[in-house]
Ligand binder design. Structure first.
Ligand code: NDP
Length: 307
């Protein structure tokens, strides 16, 4: 028995995914026809990216699941035509990429790398950087990515705490259920929350003011987690010493945006972590195998919570 899989993402992505998806499905013993064009009522699974042309799921009457290629689902989760399970992307490469971006950018700031790179004899200023043991990092969001980053930072010696919707008991990581306490101790705050109505403006004028003077912020989560005006104000006063931002309310970040030229902001172009076909195809294939075997899907989104 063969299943029909519609690949509903951009054309460039299809070139990347065609072979890895076929290989991953055959590895889990599923025979499939995969294509970018298929009569909707013949589709069994939709491999999806929210920037796809497919925005109305109504014609896909026999489809069993939408398998999102992105970890973030805010652009599809509230689609009123979506009545079947929605699964998001979790894969080891996506996690590893995020761990590398977060640890790399924290170490850059922590070690003062920019200031210590001596470009000329006049820039020889030997000031010892602080140690990780004496530096407190709070990771907001302890899901797949946040937890992996928290563990990696703990491994580097940082004093790590985390905040999540449901309380967590993680050895060596202080768990907070209250945002205010979590931020009040944060020399660094790393935002790895999903974009939902509850998380919008998690960092705002009030919560930024709770952070210690000179704190730094890293946002590889989603743009709406931060009230941009409040962050720019806090950067102007120096209360927040630096923000390293990978995601924005509008992407690409518009040319006139205040973040571009602020001396205390580092902009990266939504590259913190990328879905790589060789790895993410395996997650997709495993979910199709599960769907066919009548087993529960992995990484199914809670539509009410929005992530
Ligand atoms: P998960 O769903 O695994 O984790 C989300 C975490 O956020 C959970 O710990 C959850 O709490 C917590 N959370 C959700 N809502 C709230 C709330 N209202 N208050 C407190 N905590 C909350 O997601 P991932 O870790 O896989 O991904 C996180 C985000 O990272 C994605 O949604 C996406 O936006 C972003 N991302 C960015 C990329 C980039 O390149 N910049 C790449 C990939 C992802 P609980 O544990 O209690 O459920």
């Amino acid at each position: 028995m063969s299943v029909n899989v519609l690949f509903a993402a951009t054309k460039a992505r299809w070139e990347e995914y065609r072979d890895p998806l076929h290989a991953a499905l055959s590895e889990v013993g599923v025979t499939a026809k995969i294509d970018i064009d298929m009569a909707p009522r013949q589709v069994d699974y939709i491999v999806y990216a929210p920037n796809s042309e497919v925005q109305d799921f109504t014609p896909y009457t026999r489809a069993k699941a939408v398998l999102n290629l992105w970890a973030g689902v805010e652009a599809v989760v509230h689609n009123p035509t979506l009545k079947i399970p929605l699964c998001r992307m979790v894969d080891p490469a996506l996690t590893q990429g995020m761990v590398e971006w977060v640890t790399g950018h924290i170490l850059r700031l922590h070690l003062g790398m920019d200031a210590h790179i001596t470009a000329s004899p006049g820039t020889w200023r030997p000031v010892a950087p602080p140690l990780a043991f004496d530096t407190r990092v709070t990771v907001l969001g302890l899901g797949e990515l946040g937890l992996a980053c928290a563990e990696a930072l703990k491994g580097l010696g940082f004093d790590v705490a985390g905040w999540s919707r449901t309380p967590k008991d993680i050895p060596g990581i202080t768990g907070f259920h209250g945002l205010d306490e979590a931020l009040a101790r944060a020399d660094y705050a790393v935002l790895l929350l999903p974009a939902t109505s509850d998380t919008e403006n998690t960092l705002n004028a009030r919560t930024l003011a709770l952070m210690p003077a000179g704190a730094r912020i890293l946002n590889p989560g989603r743009g709406p987690l931060i009230d941009d005006k409040a962050l720019l104000n806090a950067l102007d006063t120096g209360h927040i010493a630096h923000a390293t931002l990978d995601v924005f309310r509008t992407e690409p970040l518009p040319p006139g945006h205040g973040y571009w030229h602020h001396k205390s902001v580092t902009v990266t172009p939504h590259v913190a972590s990328e879905t790589r076909a060789a790895y993410s195809s395996k997650t997709v294939a495993e979910n199709i195998r599960r769907g066919e075997a009548g087993e529960p899907f992995l990484h199914q989104v809670d539509r009410r919570a929005g992530y």
